[in-house]
Design a protein around this ligand. Structure first.
Ligand SMILES: NC(=O)c1ccc[n+]([C@@H]2O[C@H](COP(=O)([O-])OP(=O)(O)OC[C@H]3O[C@@H](n4cnc5c(N)ncnc54)[C@H](OP(=O)(O)O)[C@@H]3O)[C@@H](O)[C@H]2O)c1
Length: 182
């Protein structure tokens, strides 16, 4: 499986690092794009993944495309890569997104899933809040669960509760860090 990250900031970097360090996916199967290529290239070199010059190049490279830009950028970014998403699997990690909000941004001929990860995925201790009732095929659902299972506890959640589950999973590590620091 080839995996592409569109946007390679804190969360995407943590996911890639976890996947590589826990031997879930070889680094050479991972592609990424971001706003600033120089910064991306340094990060990519450290991990051994491919840095792509454009979002389109990254989207074209992956079988599974992970949308990892800030929520407010999702519409613009998906517009630019829409053609490359046909027949792909798209995974959106943006806060506040459910399938209902994501689907209008994607071509009809692609399957998609909304999840909310958290940064402990980097050390194999993540939570992956996983929206149920997505358009994923059973086969791809099993493949993604196998991919992320070793580094995150997968928690299926219905669309209605995605926001609250995502907020708890996403913010808890920061609160725990504050308690530890205190
Ligand atoms: N951080 C968390 O704990 C967490 C948890 C769950 C979900 N999420 C979700 O993950 C997503 C990313 O969050 P983050 O914390 O990783 O943010 P971040 O560190 O600010 O990363 C954002 C990334 O998007 C890139 N970017 C900006 N404009 C772009 C464009 N036009 N095309 C391609 N890439 C672009 C940035 O590139 P440059 O670095 O070059 O500017 C950066 O790599 C958000 O939707 C957030 O809701 C985050």
């Amino acid at each position: 499986m080839k995996l592409s990250f569109i946007g390679f900031g804190n969360m995407a970097g943590a996911m890639a690092q976890g996947l590589i360090e826990f031997d879930c996916l070889p680094a050479q199967n991972i592609y990424a794009s971001a706003a600033h290529f120089d910064k991306l290239e340094k990060k990519a070199d450290t991990l051994g993944i491919h840095a792509c010059q454009t979002n389109l190049e990254a989207a074209a490279a992956g079988d599974v495309v992970i949308l990892a830009v800030k929520p407010y950028m999702m519409e613009t970014v998906t517009q630019g890569i829409r053609s490359a998403l046909v027949n792909k699997t798209v995974v959106c990690i943006a806060a506040g997104f459910t399938d209902r909000k994501l689907r209008p941004l994607l071509p009809d001929d692609c399957e998609s899933l909304c999840v909310m990860p958290n940064t402990p995925i980097r050390v194999g201790q993540g939570i992956l809040v996983w929206e149920t009732g997505s358009t994923l095929s059973a086969d791809m659902e099993a493949k993604l669960a196998e991919l992320f299972g070793p580094i995150a506890l997968i928690v299926p959640v219905d669309s209605e509760h995605m926001d609250i589950a995502g907020a708890i999973a996403g913010c808890s590590p920061a609160f725990a860090a504050m308690f530890i620091e205190a």
